[in-house]
Design a protein around this ligand. Structure first.
Ligand code: UD1
Length: 363
């Protein structure tokens, strides 16, 4: 067996999690190989993050691209198996909950390699979310389960995972945020769009449950139109959302008076927009955490969250597509009477170090 550790990344939300991990592996002189599955492939969904976050060029690019869940997952498995068999790494690290996460964990484990899962144990308890299936299965077969919040440990225990495999290390996305904060602060990226500091809302929407049907997407547009009457919006549009807006011919229903539509943007640029916003409207997982850390009010267009700490301690409120909840919470935010948020345990910039310290001992 080689001493080399494999790190897998595939989709946009993976890249901000692998960047701090790679830094720590380098500091500790641990040999690694970076595998990019190619699940996300557009420049502004992938390469821009490698450039922004100074992630080294992937050692292997599997180039799997889009497809149905079965096709995408299967293609990743076939290509990943070839590499892992050839190289016999000492361990495989997977992050998050995307198709690349489960695909590579499954291949590795069936060939008896150790698997470490960063961001383990999060549960929305909604098995209609593809990510929930990916989370459940990845955790069942992982050897090291690194958690971001206490609820994750409880979920894992309830699923019968042995306690000695679970490590509460904190949130690696926050490591990345802290590393990039000063640069983001210096950008004042909102000025590029003639926005005023603290007086706009940042929007991101891409979950299949919100954008894949005409009914749900129309509801979202109605909500955006309502908010536009109260505050300016900026909306970097995910490719899935863009495709569906075109497919259902809904672009015309979106009022254009007070909204700026842009392509997905780079990490520090997005962080700069987030830092200076009045509020965030999203269905993303990671942005619930980033906004909570920064204490920016965030309304989440989902019925559930796998990250309950962002509600208990953070600045997050679930509004689903309930207009009444939107109105009540938006009013609170705009009148500065919304909850302020508190610090969250171990979201402190040292998570990658904790992970690598644990792995070093086991290798
Ligand atoms: C994936 C993840 C999700 C994550 C999200 C963040 C799974 C199951 N889902 O969802 O957990 O929150 O990424 O972005 O792994 N597309 C492009 N260019 C790209 C990537 C995708 O045009 O670079 C298009 C694809 O053709 C596809 C659509 O966007 O039609 C969705 O891509 P896909 O990878 O299926 O899932 P995401 O919705 O991005």
């Amino acid at each position: 067996m080689s001493k080399k550790i494999f790190i897998v990344g595939g989709a946009r939300p993976n890249f901000m999690k692998i960047a701090p991990l790679i830094d720590q592996l380098k500091i500790n002189n641990l040999e690694f190989k970076l595998i990019h599955t190619g699940q996300h492939y557009d420049y502004n969904m992938s390469k821009i993050f490698f450039d922004n976050l100074e992630i080294p060029e992937p050692d292997e690019f599997l180039n799997v691209g889009s497809g149905s869940h079965a096709v995408q997952t299967a293609k990743i498995m076939i290509e990943f198996e070839k590499i892992i068999k050839k190289e016999s790494p000492s361990m495989v690290i997977v992050v998050g909950d995307v198709n690349s996460t489960i695909a590579c964990a499954l291949v590795a484990k069936k060939l008896f390699f150790d698997v470490a899962h960063v961001e383990a144990g999060l549960r929305s308890f909604d098995r209609r979310m593809p990510e929930e299936i990916n989370r459940l299965l990845t955790d069942q077969i992982s050897d090291f389960l690194f958690t971001t919040e206490k609820s994750a440990e409880i979920n894992l225990k309830n699923e019968g995972i042995q306690l000695n495999k679970i490590f509460f290390v904190g949130n690696i996305m926050i490591d990345n945020l802290i590393i990039n904060l000063e640069q983001a602060k210096s950008l004042d990226y909102y000025q590029k769009y003639n926005l005023k500091k603290g007086s706009y809302a940042l929007v991101t929407i891409h979950r299949p449950s919100n954008v894949d049907t005409i009914t749900s997407l129309s509801k979202i547009i109605e909500m955006l139109n309502y908010i536009q009457d109260k505050i300016k919006l900026i909306f970097p549009i995910h490719p899935r959302t863009k495709k569906n807006l075109i497919k259902y011919n809904l672009i015309g229903d979106l009022k254009k008076v007070n909204i700026i539509l842009v392509d997905p943007i780079g990490y520090q640029q997005f962080l700069s927009l987030l830092l200076n916003s009045k509020l965030v409207l999203t269905d993303s997982g990671g942005i619930q955490e980033e906004s909570s850390y920064l204490k920016i009010p965030i309304l989440t267009l989902r019925e559930n969250t796998e990250r309950p700490i962002t509600i208990e301690k953070g600045t997050n409120t679930l509004i689903g597509t309930d207009f009444n909840k939107l109105k009540v919470n938006l009013d609170k935010i705009l009148s500065n009477s919304y909850k302020k948020g508190q610090d969250i345990e171990k979201w402190d910039g040292n998570t990658a170090k904790r992970i690598v310290d644990i792995l070093k001992e086991k290798l």
